[in-house]
Write a protein that binds this ligand. Structure first.
Ligand code: NI
Length: 423
């Protein structure tokens, strides 16, 4: 029986066409369907309530962009593109985030899970449905797909499309996150970028007529990080989540029966014995249910933090000069004097991003190249004063989080500059 095209209606890209049966089978695996149950933006939905979109929709979007580009490269018969790379590029795009878990970043920090290593394991394993589908192509195909995601694939055009300063992943998440958060920045003309993208000997470049669309993409990226991804309230929820899981992990050895009955799927992580199937059992729904049961725990700290988290009772914060800020010891002492355990009712959160980098040996990022009519390549920041202003600069801040009640303490607030406060 021959395969008939499938279409997915996507709010960002319109119709997404799946013309390859392997791609459709991958979408229908248990491991890929799990991504429907994991929010793309984690705690950002507590700030931007529209941002309920899932990792499933993002992965499908990245696949769509990669497919649009590989189809265009194939139709245009560019000399630096080999159409035999189309399927591996599209599979890598679809699967690049398949190892993300519930609240990955917080979880990784506390339980030493690594979503990139897990992505590769899901792809390579003979036991996962994804591994089995990929093996239908050829026995070494899972390794090829995994090596694209690990930036180890020998073909530089393929890796540039999946992971570079302007790749299918970033283009999708910026547009998607802007759409679902309702942000007016974050939009750029992707159709135009994709019209002028060109494979070159060592990666990809953009023809001159697409330059301003690429410039706009860099500016959008800067604005989305500053206005959406780094929002102090979303980070307050991340701090809270970290403290809540830290408390549970601390209590576990002396309260095993409690955690085995209220939150069994977290036990392998508390024990440090987790394997891939344990990881795949977790999603936002499972963890949120556990947090709700912890609200009634006998442990005051656990129940407090769970209640704060479930009801979005965020900590307030002030911008600091990093962990060596001289005010920190005084501020922490005052929180303690007010009766709070500072190990669980305060936190520091750092967020920094480099919107664009040109030739910098330290970051080893590949710069974005613009190709003129004579096929000469020039690095983007040399042509765009707007990009030049953002090049090589890190943007972001470090914040100290504390209970809201402290804002009523004038000794405490005297240490804080009003403009640095998020209250
Ligand atoms: Ni992604």
């Amino acid at each position: 029986m021959s395969f008939t095209d499938k279409v997915f209606r996507d709010p960002v890209h319109g119709y997404i066409h799946v013309e390859d049966e392997i791609i459709y089978q991958l979408i229908n695996t248990a491991e890929f369907q799990r991504l429907r149950r994991i929010k793309q933006l984690g705690t950002s939905s507590f700030t931007f309530h529209g941002a309920e979109h899932s990792r499933f929709s993002h992965c499908l979007g990245v696949y769509h962009i990669a497919k649009t580009i590989t189809d265009y490269f194939t139709e245009s018969s560019f000399i630096f593109w080999n159409p035999e790379e189309n399927l591996v590029t599209q599979c890598a795009a679809l699967l690049h985030d398949v190892g993300h878990g519930a609240y990955s970043h917080t979880f990784e920090h506390l339980f030493e899970t690594d979503h990139e290593a897990i992505t590769r394991e899901i792809i390579r394993s003979e036991k996962t449905e994804i591994g089995q589908v990929l093996r239908q192509v050829s026995p070494d195909f899972p390794d090829k797909v995994a090596s694209v995601i690990a930036h180890e694939y020998p073909n530089p055009q393929v890796t540039a499309l999946i992971s570079s300063q302007i790749d299918a992943d970033r283009m999708d998440y910026l547009l998607r996150d802007a759409y679902y958060t309702g942000a007016v920045y974050g939009n750029f003309d992707m159709t135009r970028i994709l019209r002028f993208i060109t494979p070159i000997e060592n990666g990809i470049a953009f023809r001159q007529n697409g330059m301003h669309a690429v410039e706009d993409y860099i500016v959008s990226r800067y604005q989305m990080y500053m206005q959406v991804y780094f929002h102090p309230a979303s980070r307050a929820m991340e701090v809270l989540l970290n403290l809540l899981l830290k408390r549970a992990k601390f209590l576990y050895p002396s309260h095993k029966t409690y955690f085995e009955s209220t939150s069994p799927r977290l036990v392998p992580f508390f024990e440090g014995t987790w394997v891939l199937p344990d990881y795949l059992h977790l999603d936002d729904g499972v963890t949120n249910t556990y947090f709700q049961t912890w609200e009634t725990s006998d442990d005051k700290i656990l129940s407090d933090l769970a209640t704060f988290y479930i009801n979005r009772r965020v900590f307030k914060s002030v911008k600091i000069d990093g962990p060596s800020d001289k005010r920190l010891s005084n501020l922490t002492e005052l929180v303690e004097a007010a009766g709070f355990d500072t190990d669980y009712y305060t936190g520091i959160h750092n967020n920094f991003d480099l919107p664009y980098d040109d030739y910098n040996p330290e970051t080893s990022r590949t710069p974005i190249m613009i190709m003129d009519k004579k096929l000469q390549l020039t690095e983007l920041s040399k042509l765009s004063p707007l990009v030049q202003a953002l090049t090589g600069e890190r943007f972001g801040d470090s914040r100290f989080y504390f209970p809201k009640e402290m804002l009523e303490n004038s000794v405490f607030t005297d240490y804080l500059q009003k403009e640095d406060l998020h209250s």
